[in-house]
Ligand binder design. Structure first.
Ligand code: HEM
Ligand code: HEM
Length: 224
């Protein structure tokens, strides 16, 4: 679909749209914090995996003349993993804060920039059946995927906060384990979103939506 912006005479796709300053700041801060959070998970499941470091701790101590059991070596390597989980937890608090901020930004956004109103107007255009249905449908699907992302982030934040404050909330061991499993499964939804999103914006930038990425930087302020 192409629409003509009357004031600029710009031929633009529905993805060429204004992004308020607050959304742009929110987007890039979320990108940084979420990436850092995923990196902590990656480091803990590779370099700092306690099981993999038992031999390393035992060997280092042996060179200093101390022999320790596997259990004792595990306790040491586990401490390093825990330190990184602490970093993950604080980044997670940051993400929970960013989610609340996103809700507040949505309330503060001008009417035509709200997700709901963008979905509503695109649905109206789709129903016109003017030959651009495929592109309207794609636009609507992209917006639905963003909504799904916010839902996944909400579930990650709730389960993450459950893990952080489980003791205070009176979680029993089985509840804690269930929350942990759920939190752990959700991570794959997050990786899927990030992957699909990155591939999507790169394809868009290289095909019909040139400038979509810089639009998330300068906001397409020239548009009406
Ligand atoms: C949204 C806010 C988030 C909060 C508040 C949060 C909090 C936490 C906490 C407190 C833990 C337990 C750490 C420990 O064992 O001491 C944890 C574990 C974990 N988190 Fe998060 N997290 C969040 C987001 C994420 C994200 C975005 C990912 C990855 C995409 C992720 C993946 C994981 C994984 C894989 C574990 C380990 C679970 C296990 O041991 O089975 N978390 N998180
Ligand atoms: C952790 C990584 C990322 C996350 C979680 C993320 C999340 C999001 C979300 C939720 C939106 C929709 C915002 C709204 O509510 O309107 C969005 C839009 C956008 N993002 Fe990202 N983003 C990430 C990384 C990136 C990167 C690296 C780029 C650029 C290379 C990028 C480019 C864009 C663009 C151009 C849009 C607007 C596209 C449109 O209008 O549909 N994002 N992103």
């Amino acid at each position: 679909m192409t629409t003509t912006n009357s004031s600029q005479g710009i031929e633009s796709s529905p993805f060429t749209q204004k992004h308020s300053g607050l959304i742009r700041i929110w987007h890039w801060v979320t990108f940084l914090v979420l990436s850092a959070s995923m990196i902590t998970v990656l480091i803990n499941s590779t370099m700092l995996n306690p099981g993999d470091n038992i031999g390393l701790v035992q060997n280092q101590l042996k060179e200093k003349g101390v022999t320790v059991s596997e259990e004792q070596a595990f306790a040491v390597s586990h401490e390093y993993e825990d330190k990184m989980w602490d970093v993950h937890k604080w980044l997670g608090f940051g993400l929970a804060f960013l989610l609340v901020a996103r809700v507040l930004i949505e309330i503060a956004l001008p009417g035509n920039e709200k997700i709901r109103s963008r979905i509503k107007s695109a649905t109206g255009l789709y129903k016109l059946s003017n030959g651009n249905e495929a592109e309207y449908r794609h636009y609507l699907n992209v917006k639905k995927v963003y909504t799904l992302f916010y839902l996944i982030l909400l579930l990650m934040a709730l389960t993450g906060l459950g893990l952080a404050f489980g003791r205070e909330l009176g979680f029993t061991r089985p509840i804690h384990n269930a929350v942990k499993t759920f939190h752990s499964i959700l991570q794959y939804c997050m990786y899927a979103f990030v992957l699909i999103h990155l591939i999507g914006v790169v394809i868009a930038e290289n095909t019909k939506d040139k400038g979509i990425v810089s639009g998330m930087i300068h906001g397409n302020k020239a548009l009406e």
